[in-house]
Design a protein around this ligand. Structure first.
Ligand code: GCU
Length: 376
C-alpha cells in the first residue's frame, strides 16, 4: 500500500517563523522567551509551595503505590492535598522516571476499584462515557490504561508517576477558581500554567520519595496535557526530556501556520486555560520548544489529527532545533509526511503515526526508543 499523500489541508504553504537569534547570551534569551510566553499566553507559574510532604501507601491488588501529596502555602492559610500513583520497576537502584498528568489520573489507568476518586476533581470528558459534570466516576476506571502502558514501561526499567490533572486545577472555568492550585497559590494565571506547576510538584514528590534517578526524568502529556508538559519543561531544568503528544495550539503547533485550532478559538472554548496579558507577537511555539534546550524534546503527531496541526508542529521543532548544540538534519515536510515518519537525533525526535488524536502504545514505543532503552 502506498503511503497516504499529504492532505492539502495539512500544509497551508510556507510560513515565517521568527529567527531564534538574539542580542543576549543564550541563557538570558531563554529567560526572556519564558517571560514573554508567560505574558503573551500562559500567565505566570506559581512559586513552589512553602512545604510539601508525601506519604506512600500500598494499593490493594496492584503493584502501584498511592502517594498523597500535601502542600502548605507560606501564610499557612490553606493546604492542598492531591494524590498520584507510582509504579516502580523491579530493577534495583534508582530508576529513571516518566511522570505526567492523565485525564482520569491513576483511576483511569488502574483496572481495580481501589484507587480513591477525587470528588473535587473536574475533568473534560464526553457525555458518551456516562460521566456528568466532569466528575471522576467509577465508569472511568481503566479507560485510560492504553494511554499509560505502565507494565510496558516498568518492564523496561522506568518508574512511572501519574496524577489526575483535574485534581490540581479543575478543567472548568468556574470550578478552577474554587478548588486546587488556583486558590492555593492565590495567583491569577491560566490552567496550563497550573498543570505545569502540578508536574513540577510531581518531581518534588519524586525527590522526596527516593529510589528515583533525578538525573533521568522525562515528562509526558497528551493534548492539553502535552501543552502543560512543554510549558513545564520550558521552566524546570529537572525535566531531562519532554514527550509532547498531539499537543497542538499553545503546545508545539505554531500560531503562524494557518492549520487547525487558533489561539482565539482555544480561548473561546476554554477561557480558563490561558491568561494573555498582551505581548510579543513575534514569539511563536518554536520559542516554547527552544526553552527546553539543550534537554531532550520529542514531538509526536498523528496524520488525521489536523486540529493540532502536525505539519506546523514538525516545522516548529525543526526551527527550534537551531539552538541545540548538535546539528540535526531533518527530512523536508513532504518527505516526512509521505515516508520518513520518525526522525531521531540525540536530543530531539519526532514521529507522525497513522490515525487520529490519541496517545497509544505505538507512541510509547517510539518514546522509549528515543529515551534509550533502560534495562530492567
Ligand atoms: C480540544 C482543544 C485542544 C486540546 C484538546 C485536548 O480539542 O481544542 O486544544 O488539545 O481538546 O486536550 O484533547
Amino acid at each position: 500500500m502506498s503511503p497516504a499523500l499529504p492532505p492539502e489541508d495539512a500544509f497551508a504553504g510556507p510560513f515565517p517563523l521568527a529567527s531564534l537569534d538574539g542580542p543576549e547570551p543564550f541563557e538570558e534569551r531563554l529567560e526572556r522567551w519564558r517571560k514573554e510566553l508567560s505574558d503573551a499566553i500562559y500567565g505566570p507559574l506559581p512559586p513552589a509551595p512553602a512545604e510539601l510532604e508525601v506519604e506512600a501507601s500500598p494499593l490493594r491488588g496492584s503493584p502501584a503505590e498511592r502517594i498523597e501529596i500535601t502542600m502548605r502555602s507560606a501564610n499557612c492559610t490553606r493546604d492542598l492535598v492531591v494524590d498520584a500513583a507510582l509504579w516502580r520497576p523491579e530493577s534495583r537502584g534508582d530508576a529513571p522516571l516518566i511522570a505526567g498528568l492523565g485525564f482520569a489520573g491513576p483511576a483511569g489507568i488502574l483496572p481495580g476499584p481501589d484507587f480513591p476518586l477525587d470528588t473535587r476533581a473536574r475533568i473534560h470528558c464526553g457525555p458518551e462515557l456516562g460521566v456528568e459534570n466532569g466528575r471522576l466516576h467509577d465508569v472511568l476506571r481503566g479507560t485510560e490504561s492504553h494511554r499509560w502502558p505502565v507494565g510496558m514501561l516498568t518492564a523496561r526499567g522506568y518508574a512511572v508517576m501519574v496524577s489526575c490533572y483535574g485534581s490540581w486545577a479543575p478543567d472548568d472555568p468556574d470550578e478552577i477558581m474554587t478548588h486546587g492550585a488556583y486558590p492555593f497559590a492565590g495567583l491569577d494565571t491560566g490552567a496550563i500554567s497550573l498543570w505545569a506547576w502540578a508536574i513540577q510538584r510531581l518531581l518534588d514528590t519524586a525527590e522526596l520519595l527516593g529510589g528515583i534517578d533525578m538525573a533521568q526524568v522525562a515528562v509526558a502529556g497528551h493534548s492539553r496535557l502535552g501543552k502543560a508538559a512543554l510549558w513545564a519543561a520550558a521552566n524546570d531544568t529537572r525535566i531531562g526530556a519532554v514527550l509532547a503528544n498531539n499537543s497542538g495550539c499553545a503546545g508545539a503547533a505554531p500560531a503562524g501556520h494557518a492549520v487547525g485550532e487558533t489561539l482565539d478559538q482555544m480561548a473561546a472554548a476554554f477561557p480558563h486555560w490561558i491568561r494573555p496579558r498582551g505581548g510579543a507577537a513575534a514569539l511563536d511555539q518554536h520559542h516554547l520548544i527552544a526553552c527546553a534546550a539543550p534537554r531532550k524534546v520529542y514531538v509526536a503527531s498523528a496524520e488525521q489529527d489536523l486540529w493540532v496541526d502536525p505539519a506546523g508542529s514538525y516545522l516548529a521543532l525543526v526551527a527550534a532545533s537551531e539552538v541545540w548544540p548538535e546539528t540535526c538534519s531533518w527530512p523536508g515536510i513532504e518527505e516526512m509526511w509521505t515516508g520518513a515518519r520518525q526522525t531521531r537525533h540525540v536530543a530531539l525526535g519526532h514521529h507522525l503515526r497513522p490515525g487520529g488524536h490519541e496517545l497509544l502504545p505505538y507512541d510509547w514505543q517510539r518514546f522509549q526508543e528515543f529515551l534509550g532503552e533502560v534495562r530492567a
